[in-house]
Structure formats: structure tokens, C-alpha cells
Ligand binder design. Structure first.
Ligand code: TRP
Length: 335
């Protein structure tokens, strides 16, 4: 039986933070150690252009995200790791899918609807500032997924709708042109932690409350010290279950260490002491990867080589499938 295919994309805007690490990077890298599935992980740099029109930032973020995945130990022998823009078949398939995607379906996409709602709120034209990139974002995402006939697509809740749209578009293409695409399924893992940020809300770039993944030790310590706590004094029992410090601890600790910290909270550990221990724990897990990360950033050629190898591997899947799709729609040599 052929392996189940798992595929997910990472938009290349911003610098990876602890929330990305715990929620996406670490589990994906663990999964890359097993060969029971065939995994495709890619840098969605075409998608980045929808949100970010600063070329320097797109470029820098692509480099940082690629370096992060490699530094954290992604096993590129077991997975296909590539950059979306290195696969010319993706935008080409995107066009074929555009011609099968109902406009009405795109009208219902959350990201577009949110933009329209914000414009209406502000008394603007409903489509003010809405690019075709934003509007047809789900079609590009469908091309990403269908290009590799992914069975499962691990995503956050906000992306479920997009995977369903990919299914819809695939079904329509299959119905019209014959069976070419697997119908993908979104997989949302409730077990992976959604980390809280410095202010206790979900750690997210848009809230400006993140702890970047590969800060130097001093900076990491500084950020951890900024985590919001309450005013309870040393010796006063503290509630672990409402504490960001404890939640972060749990994301990095063994079960035993978690139980011990729970007890320490009950015993009234000082916030300063809990944060000091948290720094040591997080630093310990990230230390080696941080060193590799800094080395990789200093030699982008090594990263680029990995990505080129990944692209070559990816295209052994995308080229034959696109060939079939072209032929199916009537685009083929005349003789
Ligand atoms: N849109 C996704 C996000 O913002 C990233 C992405 C692009 C993606 N293409 C994909 C995720 C294909 C899964 C499959 O998170």
C-alpha cells in the first residue's frame, strides 16, 4: 500500500517564535523521524506576497524559516522540504484550478469576507485594498495541496475552510476532466498546545506578544522575565493552570518536571525563581539548535542547496501530474 501523504505550508512572513515551535515545528520534525507517511513541508513564499509587500522581509523570513526547520533537525531524507516558488508547476496548476473554481466559493472565504467587513465598518468601498492575491488565495492553496495529491493537511482551525475549498475544486475538476486529484482532508490536532504569549493571550505575531525562537541567551532571559504574572508574594500558593509561566514550562518539561513544578506552585515558589527555572529549561532544549541556526544563517548557500535538492525531489511528483492535467484539459502537442 502506498504511504499516506501529509502536506503543510508555512507562510514566509515573520520570524519563528516559541508558539510556532511548540505548535507546528516540533511535532512536524518528530513526525519526520518516522517513515510511515510521506510528508511534504514547504515554504509558502507566494502566499507571503499576499500579506507582505516588503521584499527584504519576505526574503529574510524565507531564510530564517528554512534555517529554523533545518536547525531543529528536520530529516530531509524522509520528507520533501521545498520552497513553493521553486516549483513552477504550482502556479501553472493554479491557473487550471482557477478555471474550475467558482467565484461564489471565493466570495465566502473568511479572509476576504473579513476584509470586506472591515471596509464596510470604515465606510470604504467593500473591495478597498483587496488584491486578487487575497481574493484567490484559496485557489493557490488548493494548487499547493492537489499538486502532491496530499491525503492529509495539518492546519490550524483558521485554515480548515481553505482545505475544504481545495476539496471542492478538486471534486469539480475530477468530475469534469476525470479522476486526477485525491480529495484532501484537514487535520486539526487538539493535542498540540496553543502557547500563550507574554500578555497571556495566544502567542501570535499580530499581538506582538511573542518570544522569538532563537534569541540569544540574554534576550531569551529578558523576554521570559517580561511574562505577565500576578502580584502574589514568594511563599503564597500560586495557580499553575492560569499561569503563562507554568504553561510554557509544561510545553518543554517531562511529566515528572511538570508534576514537580505544579507542587512548587502550590508551595509558593517566587515568580522570579519560576522564571529562572523556565529560562534554564527552554534554553537547554534550544541551545544546540540555536547554534546550528546561527551557523546556517551565516552560510545561506547551505540552505539554498537543501532547498534545491528538495525542489528536485518535489518536481518528480509535480511534473508528471501537471503533464496529465494539461493533457486532460486539452493542452498537449498537436501531433
Ligand atoms: N495558508 C496557510 C497559512 O497561512 C499556509 C499554506 C499555504 C498552506 N499553502 C498551504 C497550509 C497548503 C497547508 C497546505 O497558514
Amino acid at each position: 500500500m502506498s504511504k499516506s501523504r501529509i502536506l503543510t505550508g508555512i507562510t514566509t512572513t515573520g520570524t519563528p517564535h516559541l508558539g510556532n515551535y511548540v505548535g507546528a515545528i516540533r511535532p512536524a520534525i518528530e513526525a519526520s523521524q518516522h517513515q510511515d507517511n510521506l510528508s511534504f513541508y514547504f515554504l509558502a513564499d507566494f502566499h507571503a506576497l499576499i500579506k507582505c509587500q516588503d521584499p527584504g522581509q519576505v526574503h529574510q523570513s524565507t531564510r530564517e524559516i528554512a534555517a529554523t526547520w533545518l536547525a531543529c533537525g528536520l530529516n530531509t531524507d524522509n520528507v520533501v522540504f521545498y520552497r513553493q516558488s521553486d516549483i513552477p508547476e504550482i502556479p501553472e496548476l493554479c491557473w487550471l484550478l482557477n478555471c474550475m473554481a467558482a467565484k461564489g466559493l471565493m466570495n465566502r472565504a473568511h479572509a476576504y469576507k473579513a476584509a470586506v467587513a472591515a471596509n464596510q465598518e470604515a465606510g470604504e468601498d467593500p473591495d478597498f485594498g483587496v488584491t486578487m492575491g487575497l481574493y484567490s488565495y484559496p485557489v493557490l492553496m488548493a494548487a499547493d495541496i492537489l499538486m502532491f495529491n496530499a491525503n492529509q493537511v495539518p492546519v490550524g482551525k483558521d485554515q480548515i475552510q481553505h482545505v475544504e475549498m481545495a476539496r471542492d475544486i478538486a471534486a469539480r475538476f475530477n468530475h469534469h476532466y476525470g479522476e486526477h486529484f485525491v480529495l484532501p482532508e484537514a487535520v486539526v490536532d487538539d493535542k498540540v498546545a496553543v502557547l500563550q504569549g507574554l500578555d497571556g493571550r495566544k502567542m501570535s505575531k499580530s499581538y506582538g506578544n511573542t518570544i522569538p525562537l532563537f534569541l540569544g541567551e540574554k534576550q531569551l532571559k529578558k523576554h521570559i522575565n517580561k511574562i505577565k504574572t500576578n502580584l502574589l508574594e514568594p511563599g503564597e500558593p500560586k495557580d499553575p493552570d492560569t499561569s503563562t509561566v507554568f504553561q510554557l514550562w509544561q510545553a518543554f518539561a517531562t511529566e515528572q518536571q511538570t508534576a514537580d513544578m505544579r507542587q512548587a506552585f502550590a508551595d509558593g515558589i517566587a515568580w522570579g525563581e519560576a522564571k529562572k527555572q523556565l529560562f534554564e529549561l527552554v534554553n537547554e532544549e534550544l541551545m544546540e539548535a540555536r547554534e546550528r541556526y546561527n551557523e546556517l544563517l551565516a552560510s545561506p548557500t547551505a540552505i539554498e542547496e537543501k532547498l534545491q535538492q528538495g525542489a528536485e525531489k518535489a518536481r518528480t511528483y509535480s511534473q508528471p501530474l501537471l503533464e496529465k492535467c494539461r493533457s486532460a484539459v486539452g493542452i498537449r502537442p498537436l501531433n
